[in-house]
Design a protein around this ligand. Structure first.
Ligand code: ZN
Length: 276
């Protein structure tokens, strides 16, 4: 088990330079690099400088985050996604960062689950045709929101199985799992090798379908059945990366260093109940 930091947690009150410094200081093993923050960093520094930081640090990059709303795109709309994908692939060897996250589109219209599956599988295969040249892993993250076209674990895992590539797997985010009523039995039926990362968080108590990313709280301080999920992960033999990912405006008002230090303490306290 390794703890990772997702830059969304301080996306309004920090920079990549600061997140790197504080994550290294407080002992995270990995960081998920937001593509917007990477692009901003590259206006001030070179990718060689970033690679040099990682070579000199215990902190390592785990994933680029990510390709947003990648499916149901026209060729024109896909251009910005393609340019993000090409940037991540181009720097992936130098940074030793070989994973790219991706999430599905919102508001695609009134489509059936099989229709969405067919389109999404096709879109993923087109992206893999490019990223496989770099041996990048694509980590698919469903979003637990009514308007998202893939919004439960079972629906997302079905797409992962249909794509059937060693370079395509799923992200389990506690909030997204909870927010649209994903089922523990679908998690239980998973192949652990397809589980590329777990995003850790919790959420305040709202009616089904009404909680949003902004309502996320530190893991263990909300209403999600985290113990139920963790017991399934242990039973599957999951021993991978847990990445702290919150989008809480209240935490964006704090000093970034305080968020990152507190996040480490809260995550360690939560995970130590399950992993030595
Ligand atoms: Zn997430």
């Amino acid at each position: 088990m390794k703890l990772c930091y997702n830059q969304a947690t301080t996306m309004r009150n920090s920079t990549l330079e600061q997140d790197l410094q504080y994550c290294e200081r407080y002992g995270y093993a990995y960081i998920e690099i937001r593509i917007d923050q990477l692009k901003e960093y590259l206006t001030r520094h070179t990718v060689e400088e970033l690679a040099a930081f990682f070579r000199a640090s215990n902190l390592k990059p785990y994933a680029f985050n990510g390709l947003e709303e990648f499916n149901y795109r026209t060729a024109e709309e896909f251009k910005s996604i393609r340019s993000d994908m090409e940037l991540c692939c181009a720097v992936s060897d130098l940074l030793q960062c070989k994973m790219l996250t991706m999430d599905p589109k919102f508001d695609v219209g009134h489509l059936t689950v099989p229709q969405i599956k067919a389109d999404t599988v096709k879109a993923v295969r087109e992206i893999l045709a490019y990223t496989d040249q770099y041996n990048m892993k694509l980590a698919f993250e469903f979003c637990g929101a009514p308007a998202c076209c893939v919004n439960t674990y079972g629906q997302a895992y079905d797409i992962v199985q249909a794509v059937d590539s060693p370079n395509f797997g799923i992200i389990l985010d506690f909030f997204h799992f909870y927010a649209m009523g994903s089922r523990l039995e679908d998690l239980r039926a998973s192949n652990v090798r397809k589980l590329f990362m777990v995003h850790i968080d919790d959420v305040e108590d709202y009616p089904l379908g009404q909680a949003t990313d902004a309502d996320r709280v530190w893991p263990g301080e909300g209403v999600i059945d985290l113990d139920g999920i963790m017991q399934e992960l242990l039973a599957l033999g999951y021993d991978g990366v847990f990445s702290l990912e919150l989008f809480r405006p209240e935490y964006w008002e704090m000093a970034a260093e305080d968020v990152i230090r507190t996040g480490k303490e809260k995550s360690d306290a939560f995970l130590s109940k399950y992993y030595r």
